[in-house]
Design a protein around this ligand. Structure first.
Ligand code: F6P
Length: 323
């Protein structure tokens, strides 16, 4: 292993910069040449590949976004696209690739390894925390903290006006962000994709709250696969409880930006260096994650085909602690 490339792909996540820094500095430490690919798979195909040095990653550890930019790229899903990418890597004699991203990124890396046998390593970077083979993904903790910060603010105005707020959080078809935000934000209820909570359940929660003379409520809604879903839920509730003052806040992409939390910086640094060392040790088609604070290698195929279960027992916390 002499030359490796690193890229970020899919939705960006706080901590990606800290991870790029760890990969670059790790590679420099082991006297490897390190190349950064801009715009994820698109950059591999368009040959947007540049040599990086230790000082290329100065002062990025604490910054949100990704200095290598990110993209979702349909062309890489085609054999022709992947072939172009291979030729660009081959001409630079790059013999290992590290991709930081989510399940889409890992699917791409896995197909690429199958076809061209260049060793690849995946690092889980997505706010959704929906990757099998790691307790936490880079960006998840920061996104939950951003949601909590927003919920605290919403709580102030909900209290002043005696309102019910539906707060929608990201996470695609997984409820990890929603569940943690509900516990940490002291929500009265949470609607998760993994559970069949419907508007009637929510109406019942609100009626219970009314019996307990609560003057305001926070209800967290996971976006599921249709961002904006909370507007429809709130509408149904409003029709049944016309006396209630109901508002909806969709947090959206603010959860993807901002400084990474301490936990994300440390996770990103740990996994970035581990990925470089894993390539040097001969790992070829793996993702590196952290389970119970230990480094764990999972095949890329497993990482995107197995579902990381959501601990729905934690719903007890939401229910019991909001009485
Ligand atoms: O996968 C990360 C994520 O932020 C999801 O939570 C969200 O559904 C999606 O990406 C949004 O994607 P886009 O960047 O295309 O708006």
């Amino acid at each position: 292993m002499k030359r490796i490339a690193v890229f970020t792909s899919g939705g960006d996540a706080p901590g990606m910069n800290a991870c790029i820094r760890a990969v670059v500095r790790g590679a420099v430490y082991y006297n490897l040449e390190i190349y950064g690919v801009n715009h994820g798979y698109k950059g591999l195909i368009d040959d947007d590949i540049h040599r990086l040095h230790s000082n290329s990653v100065s002062n990025i550890l604490q910054k949100g976004g990704t200095m290598l930019k990110s993209a979702r790229c349909d062309e890489f899903k085609t054999k022709e696209g992947r072939k172009k990418a291979y030729q660009n890597l081959k001409k630079r004699k790059i013999d290992g690739i590290i991709g930081i991203g989510g399940d889409g990124t890992f699917k791409g890396l896995s197909s690429f390894f199958e076809e061209f046998k260049i060793p690849v390593m995946g690092i889980p970077g997505t706010i959704d925390n929906d990757i099998f083979g790691t307790d936490f993904t880079i960006g998840y903790d920061s996104a939950v903290n951003t949601a909590l910060d927003a919920i605290d603010k919403i709580r102030d105005t909900a209290d002043s006006h005696g309102r019910i707020f539906f707060v929608e959080v990201m996470g695609k078809d997984s409820g990890h962000i929603a569940l943690r935000s509900a516990i940490g934000g002291g929500a009265e209820a949470v609607i998760l994709p993994e559970k069949n909570t419907n508007a009637t359940d929510i109406i019942n929660y609100i009626r219970e709250d009314m019996r307990r003379e609560k003057t305001f409520s926070i209800i967290i809604v996971a976006e599921k696969d249709s961002p904006g879903i909370s507007i429809g839920v709130a509408e149904v509730v409003r029709k049944t409880l016309p006396d209630k003052d109901i508002r909806v806040t969709i947090l959206g992409h603010i959860q993807r930006g901002g400084k990474p939390s301490g936990m994300d910086r440390i996770l990103a640094s740990t996994l970035g260096l581990a990925a470089v060392e894993a390539l040097m040790d001969g790992h070829k088609d793996n993702m590196v994650g952290l389970i119970n604070n230990e480094l764990v290698f999972t095949t890329l195929k497993e990482s995107f085909s197995k579902v990381k279960p959501l601990n729905t027992d934690l719903l007890r916390l939401v229910k019991i602690l909001s009485i």
